[in-house]
Design a protein. Sequence first.
Lengths: 154, 357
Amino acid sequence: MSILSFKNVNKGFGVGIHRAEVLKDINLEVKEGEFLAILGFSGTGKSTLMNLVAGLEKPDSGTLTYRGKPITEPGPERGLIFQSYSLMPWLTVGGNVGLAVDAVFPKLSKAERQAKIDHYVSMVGLSHATARRPAELSGGMRPRVSVALPLIHL
Amino acid sequence: MSVTDPDTLSADIKRAKLFTRINRADNWFQVLGLAWMTPILKAAAGDNPRAQMGEIWRLLGVPLLAIAIFLIAWGTLAPKVQTSLGAVPGPAAVWEQAISLNAEAVRTREKEAAFYDRQDTRNAKLIAEGKEDKVKQRAYTGKPTYYAQIWTSIKTVFFGFIIASIIAIPLGIAAGLSKTANAAINPLIQIFKPVSPLAWLPIVTMIVSAVYASNDGMFSKSFLVSAITVTLCSLWPTLINTALGVASIDKDLVSVSRVLKMNTWTKITKLVLPSALPLIFTGLRLSLGVGWMVLIAAEMLAQNPGLGKFVWDEFQNGSSQSLAKIMVAVFTIGIIGFLLDRVMFALQSMFTFTADR
């Protein structure tokens, strides 16, 4: 039983003569526990594929299912690390992780919430930088924060 | 390896600390419009004076020179124009009137204090004689001082401006978030934005007279008419800028909010407001500026006892000092407008996130 399956998925952008078909007739089965890397030249649709899996975009045709159910919208069970690391620039590292904690565990007490935040921040080794804002992080630290966010969903 | 003398080392550290402090203060000087303070402080702290002189000249010397040229041109040209109220007053005459207005305010305040003194002694005497039923408390009904008029204007403009902001920010957020809401609001903005305050005023006057019939003394009608006219004209910059700010949120951050499945409230407080805040504040600044400009016209016609009424009364008065007094009012209006803008700018730099990612 595959966890993720693509059946004849097509996706393109633009209209008329500016139309570009990015993904054509994609069929893919991913088993649970399988580790999959997708390689390709720039502009071949890797990000489009990820956006489809995340549910941020919908396929033009074909079906995309997660555990047998069609993917219609983003959900916490399908974590995504954004290419630009998309952290809220006005929130600290703790604040950014806190947003994701709130999304997954909406009914935590203040202390439990703080414990969760500390746990995930330390998982990516940024305990010393909890109070810093994204602009004050080094280029290598920023992606680590965005790695922490999907981990919370596990 | 050279050994540094501990004395010079600590002096260096002190100097570095001093300059850090000056640079930090510089942010505040910029906000307050006192940018010229920084090079003066730096020169005083021992930085290369020649380098700082250039800055001082540009930030302080040039503006002062421009003001001086303006004053000289005004002083020489103004007396050449003869009006029915005498020659157009020059800077000296205007300054004289500013001083006389201040003196008049002091005199009126003394009169007011004396009036209440007399009333209190009279009442105390009546109570002592056992005639409590004859005790009367009357408010002083003399002419308002110039400062009281300025204060009335400021209160009026803020009342109108706050109402406008309370309406415009939520509407702007709605218009920015939803294309449907934007389609609904946009045509109304386009039509009402260019309307002059003078066109709104008669309508507002009639509506306030009809609706606010009670005489509970909370607001005077002229106050409400002026404030609502300010509201109607200062809605639009905030509304448009809020909508623009909300509509131009970073698409990636919107994706984050979708992945995190934020509900509308969290989305607005954690994502929409923080990222739209700089543009919202730009809108608020423009709105307050428009409001202040509109207020003077509104006060003239609505007879709200503020600066507008002062200008109108002086114009009707037509004494030989009237023009000079009106010019005092012009400078007052300008300086207060500038201060209001600085206040908004200071609030903006306090509340908004500026560091880029």
